[in-house]
Structure formats: structure tokens, C-alpha cells
Design a protein around this ligand. Structure first.
Ligand code: SF4
Length: 223
């Protein structure tokens, strides 16, 4: 185990990169100073990225101090957040991701399916509680009507003020059986609705986590 007794707010707030750099090994120091100078991590080479990803001890301490300094320079100390509500409209799903403890089969006694009115009711509650966003989530049931997701999103948008956003994960759109033409119509219909949560997007990782890779939406498929 690495000694990370220094990893607390008072220590990190009191140490600057200039105070930490002498403790850091030369390759890691060079990489970190490149980033601090450019204010941009993309200047790193692959080898430098690997060195930072696997560093420990004083090098790890230097990495954290440099990251804290970079964060302070780029975005300051103001932290913002969004009050959001996740609405899981069903727990029925055919995908069977290996990590999932949520989904059930359609005949399971705990299976549920919210009506559009129930989704709308949850939106109203969310708004009363101060939410400015709802995220539509759920399992991927088979044989949904082609415009089911559009209708959910319309129900959300009819209740939430214009500046608010509904979000939907991409998998439901890509696995709902809608052809590319209605899919574009869906995108137009809900143009103000973000598609979020690409989840684990790399195909290699998806293959390990999902029992049915066809149900996993790759970034390119969605775009
Ligand atoms: S797609 Fe979502 S609900 Fe379905 S099994 Fe995977 S994690 Fe669970």
C-alpha cells in the first residue's frame, strides 16, 4: 500500500507545485510541467500518460498537487451542480449486463412499467423539489412501440419549462426497433433533449460487460 497520509485538503491546499516539484522524479516532473505550461493534458505523449497513470509515492503526490493547481487555474474554486431526478420507467430488460442488479425479466413478480401519466407525475414532483433536469432511464424491454421513447420525452417536455432539459441514454433509441428515418425524426422532435450517459463506450469494454453486445450502442453508431 502507498502512503497517502498527505491526501487531505489542508495539506493539498498548502502545497504548491513549486513546493512539490523537487520530490518528483525527472520523467514525471517533465510531463507535469508540460501540462502546467500548456494548461492542457493533450500535450502528453502516450508514454508520459502511462507514466502518470502508474506513478506512486512522491510522484503521485506531485501529480495530485499539479492537478490541484491546474484545476484552480482553469476553473477556480466554484463548484456547481444540477438538481436532477432519474426516472426509471421500467426494470424489464433483455440485455443482461453482468454487473446489473436492477433488471428483471418481463414475467418477474417485481417487474414494473410506468405509464406516461406516471412518468409525468414524477416530473411534476421533481420540479416541485427544485429539479431542473430529469434523466429518463430504464431497462430495454422488447417490442416497444416505435415512438414510445418520443412519447415519453414529449410528456417530459410538456411539463418542464423550456429551459429545462430531459436526458435519455442512447441505448433505448438504438434498440427500440425504430428505423433510421424515424430515428432522425425522433432527434428533431426532441432537439432540446440531450443524449447522455454513453456509459462504458469502448467496444472492448462493452464486450466484457454486456452479454449481448448488439444492445450496446457504440459512439459511432449513435453519431
Ligand atoms: S442495459 Fe441497463 S438495465 Fe439492462 S441489464 Fe444492462 S445495466 Fe441493466
Amino acid at each position: 500500500m502507498y502512503d497517502i497520509s498527505w491526501a487531505n485538503q489542508p495539506t493539498l491546499q498548502s502545497v504548491t507545485w513549486d513546493g512539490a516539484r523537487q520530490r518528483v522524479s525527472s520523467p514525471v516532473r517533465t510531463a507535469l510541467e508540460k501540462v502546467l505550461s500548456a494548461l492542457d493534458g493533450s500535450v502528453l505523449t502516450r508514454e508520459e500518460c502511462l507514466a502518470l497513470a502508474s506513478c506512486s509515492g512522491d510522484d503521485l503526490f506531485g501529480l495530485v498537487v499539479a492537478a490541484n493547481q491546474l484545476r484552480r487555474q482553469l476553473v477556480g474554486d466554484v463548484v456547481s451542480y444540477v438538481v436532477t431526478r432519474n426516472i426509471n420507467f421500467t426494470n424489464v430488460c433483455f440485455v443482461g449486463c453482468k454487473f446489473c442488479a436492477f433488471s428483471v425479466g418481463p414475467r418477474d413478480e417485481t417487474a414494473y412499467f410506468l405509464s406516461l401519466d406516471e412518468v409525468a407525475q414524477k416530473c411534476r414532483e421533481a420540479e416541485q423539489w427544485g429539479a431542473t433536469e430529469v434523466c429518463i432511464q430504464g431497462g430495454l424491454p422488447r417490442n416497444l412501440p416505435p415512438f414510445y421513447y418520443r412519447d415519453i420525452l414529449r410528456a417530459v417536455k410538456s411539463l418542464m419549462p423550456a429551459e429545462n432539459t430531459g436526458s435519455i441514454i442512447p441505448n433505448p433509441v438504438s434498440t427500440s426497433g425504430i428505423s433510421s428515418k424515424p430515428a432522425s425524426k425522433l432527434r428533431r422532435t426532441v432537439a432540446t433533449i440531450r443524449v447522455m450517459k454513453m456509459k462504458i463506450s469502448h467496444p472492448r469494454i462493452q464486450k466484457k460487460l454486456h452479454t449481448s453486445t448488439s444492445a450496446s450502442t457504440t459512439p459511432m453508431a449513435w453519431l
